[in-house]
Design a binder for this molecule. Structure first.
Ligand SMILES: NC(=O)c1ccc[n+]([C@@H]2O[C@H](COP(=O)([O-])OP(=O)(O)OC[C@H]3O[C@@H](n4cnc5c(N)ncnc54)[C@H](O)[C@@H]3O)[C@@H](O)[C@H]2O)c1
Length: 290
């Protein structure tokens, strides 16, 4: 999307952190923005602040785990602004713990917010973006934890790899359409994610302060300013950039993973079990969107 002025964006998790950074950058660029969040008070404060700065913005309270909330928020966006061009599936929470020992209610919470929240956003908004013929863009917030497995965060990694998988699939499906697709993979960003349990719904165990063990607040405090990520996402939408990495020093993490993957192929090349077997010889190019 080369020309964003006057276009409409919908951002989840917009009351704090990177979602707020995006809402600010989009509004400064002359976009109309619907800010969506589960936290009503902070959401209203940010909507008021952007309005005071001259932004054409509005807010909607929603829980992204609830499909009906996201559908209602989509309807409110259309009722308020007439159309929608940009979807930012950004709301997310952090859960720590190993896959095999993480409390099931926390497993379910992180999957419901970080994965189902994204699916609900896509189902509610992509048909609306595709309906007006003016093109648009979808960006979902994954993480470097969606690129490389990070110790002690299996459930979180699982959701972020899933988001990367969904967005890579949409990239393949939309190479020849006017719908741009990006996946945001932040490194450390100074947001409020270390206190994610402030928003834990009752069905997953209720709100709680972050435990000592879980707190990564110190690491994140030294991270990138979330407003910089907001500006970077705006630039990526304009440039139609697929992968948005916020910390170039983390390139080596992906290079190391790539080497480990290639070692798997080196091993398979000499694997006894495959020696005499017939193969399909790859996948049809259509599956890769080419
Ligand atoms: N901060 C980092 O270092 C970092 C790194 C990689 C990825 N991320 C991802 O960035 C995204 C944004 O997080 P952040 O770091 O800005 O944290 P944040 O806590 O500052 O912001 C997240 C926002 O999402 C909202 N939210 C939480 N649960 C919700 C729900 N069920 N429905 C609607 N809104 C909900 C929160 O109220 C909050 O306003 C998340 O997807 C997170 O996983 C963060």
């Amino acid at each position: 999307m080369k020309d964003v002025k006057g276009k409409v964006a919908f951002v989840t998790g917009a009351a704090s952190g990177m979602g707020l950074g995006m809402a600010r950058a989009f509004s400064e660029a002359g976009m109309k923005v619907m800010l969506a969040d589960i936290e009503a008070g902070p959401l209203q404060e940010q909507v008021d602040d952007l309005k005071a700065k001259g932004g054409d913005v509005a807010g909607v309270v929603l829980d992204v785990t609830k499909r009906e909330d996201v559908l209602a928020a989509a309807q409110k966006t259309i009722d308020t602004f007439g159309k929608v061009h940009v979807l930012s599936n950004n709301a997310g929470i952090g859960v720590f713990g190993k896959s095999e020992t993480c409390r099931m209610s926390n497993w379910e919470w992180v999957v419901d917010v970080n994965l189902w929240g994204v699916v609900h956003g896509l189902q509610a908004f992509v048909p609306l973006i595709n309906s007006h013929g003016e093109g648009g863009h979808v960006v979902s917030t994954a993480s470097m934890a969606g690129m490389v497995g990070l110790s002690g965060a299996g459930p979180y990694n699982a959701t972020k790899f899933a988001v990367v998988g969904i967005m890579e699939t949409m990239m393949a499906e939309n190479r020849k359409t006017d719908l741009g697709i990006s996946v945001l993979c932040p490194g450390a960003v100074a947001t409020n994610i270390a206190s994610s349990t402030r928003n834990r719904q009752d069905e997953y165990g209720g709100a709680a302060p972050p435990s000592e063990k879980e707190s990564i607040a110190d690491v994140l405090a030294g991270g990138l300013h979330p407003d910089a990520v907001g500006r970077q996402v705006l630039e990526a939408i304009i440039d139609n950039q697929a992968y948005i990495f916020t910390d170039p020093s983390m390139r080596k993490m992906i290079e190391s993973r790539h080497k480990r993957l290639m070692a798997g192929y080196d091993w398979a090349d000499n694997c006894e079990a495959l020696k005499e077997e017939k193969q399909a010889g790859g996948l049809p190019s259509g599956l890769l969107g080419s």
